[in-house]
Write a new protein. Sequence first.
Length: 186
Amino acid sequence: MSKRKQILDTTINLVSEMGLHATPMSLIIKESNVAAGTIYHYFKSKDKLINTLYSELHEEMGNAIIQNINHELNYKDKFFLIWKNLFLFYKTHPRKFEFLEHYESSPLIKNEIKEINQRHYQPAIDFFKTGIQLGVLRNLPVALMINLIFSNVSTLIRMVLMDEIEYTDQLLKETIQSSWDSIKIN
């Protein structure tokens, strides 16, 4: 494993366990078993480290959500696949989910960082814009629609990860259907 990856993986784990504010660079240095100079070679500050990690996770997530999207699928089936892909990405990578949850709810994240990283999931944004234009989806602001859907994904994954609910394929299907019903036009 490269030193850079070791630093990023350690940061994901620590932030997931302790939160963003309770994870100082000194702890990242100690837990990653990498010299301070090595960390600062890759990342000039904790902010740079966190923002780089945020960006790379968003790129990975963006690629995951459009995986296996077949242009021949109807709009609803594409929606179901995007939702399921996001859920399965988080279910497969719970530490990444936790990291993103901590960072995105932090006052440290700047709007410019969010806007820059929007490009990683632009295909999903375009998908929702198209749905509105086609009259398939409610005419809501796209950012609101994405947040409504993400909240549903986030709630389900959190409940599954905390063993508050038993995961089944049927539960996933019904939860996606519920999200679909909330944004589609009759």
